[in-house]
Design a protein around this ligand. Sequence first.
Ligand code: NI
Length: 176
Amino acid sequence: MAIQEIFKYPSPILRKKAANVSRFNEELQQLIQDMADTMYEAPGVGLAAPQIGISRRVVVIDITPKEEDNKLIVLINPEIISGEGSQVDEEGCLSVVDLTAKVKRFDQITVKAHDINGKLHEFEAEEWFARVIQHEIDHLNGTLFLDHLSSLKRALYKKKRKKQLMREKEEAEKND
Ligand code: NI
C-alpha cells in the first residue's frame, strides 16, 4: 500500500498533457497499485495518474456501490473513439476541492484502451460509467471539469480557492 498525495487545483501538473505508456512493466504495475490505493483511500470513483503527479496516460476507476466488493478498472492510453447522446449531471473531482457542478457529457461512448498487460480492448460505456471515463480522460489532456463550466463560475471558484490557499498559508505561518 502506498497512498500518494493528490495534487490539487491550481497545480501545474494537472494542466499538462500526459504521455502515452509504452512499457507494460513492473513500474507500471506499481503506479497502478499506488493509484488504486490512493483512490480507495480518498475515497473516489476514479483517478488519473497526473493527479498523483505522474504525467502518464493511466486511469483507474471503480464505480461499484460501497456495499459490493471492489472491482477495479484500469485504462491505459484510453481513447474515446465515438460518442453519442448527452447527459447532464453533478460532478466533482479529488483535485478540485469543495466544488461540484453540473457538466454535460456524452451519454454513450466507445472506448479503446490497453490493459495492464498491454492488450488493446474496445468497449462501450454509458451513463455514469461513461461520465467517469470522460472525466478521467480529460485529466490526461490537462482538462478539469472546471473547464466545462461557464467562465463566471470558473472565475468564482478560482477566487474562492485563492482565498482558501491564502488562509491555509496564514495558518501554517501562525503555527511555525
Ligand atoms: Ni477528477
